[in-house]
Design a protein around this ligand. Structure first.
Ligand code: HEC
Length: 211
């Protein structure tokens, strides 16, 4: 009789386990790859978010040349002042003087082509915005007799300079007058600090247009 140890070893028999058959994907996706994918997706989304302009048509006008886009970006300080002035106008002036600056007959005088606005110097205009205006006033030969409220507590020197620059230089309204600086506004604000009532047209006409 042969000894037991000489029985040939067969896989599966006598303690030699065959490898477990694998189920599912034969190639396992490594964790680092999944993590990298996640990070790239996240980064890509953030990048688009920051630099994609939100697919805003202002940025992505099809067929538009770069020069057209650049033309809309404010370049000089004067451009920026006008942009700020337009905002101030929309909030503080538009309701009465109207989006087109033409005012409302018998109630609110026009700023467009106004003979009070288109003058050489902003001394009177700054006062009007700081302290308001009331009583009879003739604008382009038409009489008004109403009240405009003061804005000195709401508007900074910068805001007033900006809105007056926007109004005076507004070519679409037919205006053609020079800019107003915050320094000019500051000077008038200080010189009129004790004033606590609105101006009348008669009072303003006695004040020189500029210093
Ligand atoms: C509540 C209405 C109202 C608002 C808001 C208003 N105004 Fe007036 N504004 C008037 C009235 C009314 C007059 C004329 C006052 C009068 O009859 O004495 C006037 C007169 C003027 C004048 C001089 C006359 C002219 O037409 O050129 C200027 C300049 C002016 N406003 C600028 C402004 C600016 C700038 C703002 C915004 C910061 C503003 N107004 C906000 C009602 C308003």
């Amino acid at each position: 009789m042969k000894p037991v140890s000489s029985i040939p070893k067969v896989a599966g028999a006598a303690g030699v386990e065959p490898p477990e058959p694998k189920t599912g994907n034969a190639i396992q996706t490594p964790m680092w790859f999944i993590a990298l994918l996640g990070i790239s997706l996240y980064w890509g989304t953030m990048y688009l978010d920051r630099n994609g302009g939100g697919y805003n048509p202002l940025v992505f006008n099809r067929g538009e040349r770069m020069a057209d886009v650049e033309a809309r970006v404010p370049k000089s300080d004067a451009d920026l002042l006008v942009a700020q002035g337009r905002k101030v106008y929309d909030i503080y002036c538009k309701a009465c003087h109207q989006p087109n600056g033409r005012g409302v007959p018998n109630q609110f005088p026009p700023l467009a082509e106004s003979d009070w606005v288109n003058v050489d110097g902003a001394n009177r205009l700054i006062r009007i915005v700081l302290h308001g205006l009331g009583g009879p006033i003739s604008v382009n030969g038409v009489e008004y007799n109403n009240v405009m409220l003061p804005w000195r507590d709401q508007l900074s020197d910068d805001d007033i300079a900006a809105v007056l620059t926007f109004v005076r230089g507004n070519k679409e309204w037919g205006n053609h007058s020079g800019p107003v600086t915050a320094a000019e506004v500051k000077k008038v604000r200080e010189a009129t600090a004790s004033r606590d009532s609105n101006w009348t047209a008669a009072e303003l006409l006695a004040i020189p247009l500029k210093d």
